[in-house]
Design a binder for this molecule. Structure first.
Ligand code: C2G
Length: 129
């Protein structure tokens, strides 16, 4: 069984996230998603609209997702990949090159982001009178 793993905040879940998960699931048999906790988001300098429990409820409901784990630390990826026997670590290309050091234990892929959509754009558009 080929396992894919990815990580993110996934706030205001949108079709860019869905298209990422769909592509990731098509790469293998099992997709594991690490969802950033509210505390880790603070470390990332992000304030999500939905809290951690709400965001994992939404991500778990996505038909492409097989397992959700908590992302609490920048350094957990290596141990997660080993513990969960992940074959591929993949993430959007806004992170291109940032996780290459994982390529001694799994394939590392950076997938093109979906254009014209982002959580930030949604927030900004809703905030504009
Ligand atoms: N994404 C995408 N297309 C978009 C928006 C987002 O493909 N239009 C992808 C991002 O590239 C990322 C994932 O969706 O792979 C989640 O994006 P965020 O929730 O913004 O996650 P991020 O803050 O990048 O956190 O340790 C890794 C970090 O937790 C990633």
């Amino acid at each position: 069984m080929k396992t894919i793993i990815t990580y993110g905040t996934f706030d205001l879940f949108h079709f860019g996230h869905v298209r990422l998960f769909k592509r990731l699931k098509n790469l293998g048999d099992r997709l594991i998603v690490g969802v950033s906790t509210d505390e880790f988001n603070a470390l990332k300098g992000k304030a999500a609209f939905f809290n951690y429990q709400q965001r994992i409820e939404i991500v778990e409901a996505c038909k492409y997702v097989d397992m959700v784990i908590a992302e609490t630390d920048w350094r957990q990826k290596r141990s997660d990949i080993i513990r969960l026997n992940a074959d591929v670590f993949a993430i959007g290309d806004d992170w291109a090159g940032k996780f290459d050091e994982l390529n001694d234990i799994c394939s590392v892929l950076y997938l093109e982001r979906t254009q014209q959509i982002s959580t930030t754009d949604i927030k900004n558009n809703l905030a504009t009178p």
